[in-house]
Design a protein around this ligand. Structure first.
Ligand code: HEM
Length: 127
């Protein structure tokens, strides 16, 4: 039998909705670093893409790829200059979102390890 996915273990879509919703509240509030990077005035569609991506990555439905194709996240971030300041701002917002979503261990540590690694790997600017 298949082990239960992290997606299911943490409560499925409603949990990812809370996590990513909280994250985007921080993005909206960060007028210095994060908010100016987002090209659209409405953050709703970006929030939905990120939520669907994370759901798919952790074993939920494949709606992200049905709508967007292969993630190619580094390529999709290439238009934005992401250096240590942007990465740290992103991780700070994510830390708050993760802490406030109330995801239990060991899932919370697993999510954080992945998000931290992914944020480092998204950097494309060093000076
Ligand atoms: C899209 C910023 C890290 C996943 C975007 C967009 C920006 C952005 C400005 C475009 C918004 C839009 O979709 O309209 C950043 C910054 C990061 C970061 C500053 C700092 C390191 C990450 C990480 C992940 C991620 C670590 C995954 C774990 C995504 C996804 C999209 C996206 C799935 C939508 C891609 C698509 O077009 O389908 N990001 N991002 N990002 N980001 Fe990030």
């Amino acid at each position: 039998t298949q082990p239960r996915s992290l997606y299911e273990a943490v409560g499925g879509e409603p949990t990812f909705r809370r996590l990513v919703g909280r994250f985007y509240e921080e993005v909206a509030a960060d007028r210095e670093v994060l908010r100016p990077l987002y090209p659209e005035e409405d953050l709703g569609p970006a929030e939905e893409r990120f939520r669907l991506f994370l759901m798919q990555y952790w074993g939920g439905p494949h709606t992200y790829s049905d709508e967007r194709g292969h993630p190619r996240l580094r390529m999709r971030h290439a238009p934005f200059s992401i250096g240590p300041i942007e990465r740290d701002a992103w991780l700070r917002a994510m830390r708050i979102a993760l802490d406030e979503t109330g995801i239990e261990e060991p899932y919370r540590a697993q999510l954080w390890a992945y998000l931290e690694m992914a944020a480092h790997s998204m950097m494309n600017s060093w000076g």
